[in-house]
Design a protein around this ligand. Sequence first.
Ligand code: NOJ
Length: 555
Amino acid sequence: MTSIPTAPARRTGPGWWRSAVVYQVYPRSFADGNGDGIGDLRGIRDRLDHLQWLGVDVLWISPVYPSPMADNGYDVSDYHDVDPTYGTLEELDGLIADLHERGMKLVMDLVANHTSDEHPWFIDSSSSPESEKRDWYWWRDEPNNWGSFFSGPAWTYCEGRAAYYMHLFAKKQPDLNWENPEVRHAVYDILRWWLDRGVDGFRMDVINLISKDPELPEAPVMPGQKYGNMRQSVIDGPRVHEYLAEMHREVFDKYDRDLLLVGETGETTVEEGRKYTDPDRRELDMVLHYEHVEIDHGAFKWDVRPFDLGRLRERLAAWQTGLADAGWNSLYWDNHDQPRIVSRYGDDGRWRTESAKLLATVLHLQRGTPFVYQGDEIGMTNYPFVSIDEVDDVEGVNYYHEAVAAGEDPEDVMRSLRAMCRDNGRTPMQWDDGPGAGFTTGDPWLAINPNHTEINVAAQKDDPDSVLSHYRRLIRLRHEDPVVVDGDFTLLDDVHPQLFAFRRRHESGELVVLANFSSEEAELGDLAQECRGEVALGAEGGPVLAPWEARVYRR
Ligand code: NOJ
C-alpha cells in the first residue's frame, strides 16, 4: 500500500476548495453538551478533535438560528442570533475561533427561500394588506392548485390578510418573494452580517427555488395525486441565475477571502448545474444536486424501488463529464434529508463494513469536493422504525397521515418511511457503546440506533481496517494526490452488472478505481488489464473482486 503522509496540503486562493473535504453536522443530533438530550454548539466544540483527526477542512452546520422548529431550524424566525436550544451567539463566535485556530473553516446554512411564519417580516406582511412588507411573500386572493413538497396544498389562508400565502414546504415556512428587490437586499444584509462575524461561506438551502414563474400557472396533476406538481414553475426558475449573480456582486465580490458558496439545488439538471458553478458566471462554487440519491425513487420518493447500479453509474458519469471543463461537482451520499447510504445502495447486514468503505471510495475519488455527513465515517445505518410515533420529521409525519387518510395500508406506508424517512439520517451520532451512545447523558430527542453498541467511533478509531480509518485515508489522499483533485474522469465500463469502474488521469499519473457493488464475486473480464501499478487502496488481488471489494491502482 502507498504510504500516505499525515500533514494535509491545503490550498488557498481561487478554487481552494477543490482539494478540501467538508464535514456536515446536524447540530440536533451530533453531540449534546448540556445533557438536555438535544445536540448543541458546546457539544460540537467538544468534538472538534474528531474532525481534526479525520482531516476535514470545512465544517458546515445545519441551521442553529432561533426557530419554532417546525422543520428543525429550516424555519428561521431570526437570522441574527442562535436558538437557546443550541446555545448563544458567543458560543458560535467561540466555535468560529476554535475552527480557525485549527485551520478549519465554518460554513453556515442560509435558509432564504422561506422564513418561519413567526419571523417579524411575515408577521408584518400578514398583518394587513397595507403593510409595508405586503409584497415580501407570495399572497393571492385565490390559491392555484399547487401541492407542497411536504404533502397537502402549497397555500394556506391567513385571516389577517384575508388572502392565501404560498409555502412550498410546511405551512409554517412561507416563501419569500424574491421578485421584490427589498427582500433580496435584506437577504444580502444577512449574508454580510455573518461574513463580518467571521464565517467562511454558506450552504444555501433550496436556492434553486427562489425564482418562481410569476404567473403561478396551474400545474399538472399526476395520477393518484390531489394537488398539482409545481416543479416546472419553481425549479431553476426564470430569474434564479440573475439573482445569484446579483448576490455575488453585492456581497461576495466585496470579500477578499477564501469563501465557500454551495447551493442546494434539488432536481436540477447537469446543464443548470454547470451554469450555477461556472466560475466565469460568478454565481456559486458548487451545487448539491439530487440525481444520484434518487436512484431508488419511483414516481416520487415514497415509491421505493430497488437500487439500479447502471442508473447510478450513468448519472454520476453525466455530472462528471458535464462539469469537466466548466463548473465543479460536490460529492455526497448522505445528509440530514437522506436515509443512510449503506442501507440504500450498500448492504447494512453481513457486508456493512465492506460496502461502507466501497461507497466512500467511489465517492471520494471522483472529481469534486466531498461532503462527509456525520456518521458516514463509521458506516451508520437506517433505524428500524416500526411506528409513526417514533418519527419526528414533518415531511414523514405529513406524508403518513395523508397516505393513510387516502386509504393506504398503514403497514405499507410505514414500510416506505422505514426506507426513505429523513429521520434515518437524524438519529444521534454514535460515539461509543454507552447508553447515550456518547451523544447525551440525558434523554435523546430522537431514538438512538440500537446498533450503536457495535457501530461507534470509539470501536473504530484504533482499528486500521475500520470504516473510520478508511475515510481518514481517503481524505488524506485528496490532500496529497493531485490526481484525486485535478485528474479528469473516464467511466471504464457502462454495462457490467456489478462493477463501477473509472479512471482519473492527470499529468502526474493516473488512478483506476474498480468497485464491486454486489454481495457476489465479480469477474473483471477485460477490466483485468487495469490491474497494474501500485495498489493505493484496498488489497492486492487478481481478476476477480470479492463481494463489495473496491480496489484502487495508482500508476
Ligand atoms: C432542504 C433542507 O435540507 C431540508 O431539511 C428542509 O426541510 C428543506 N430544505 C426546507 O427548508
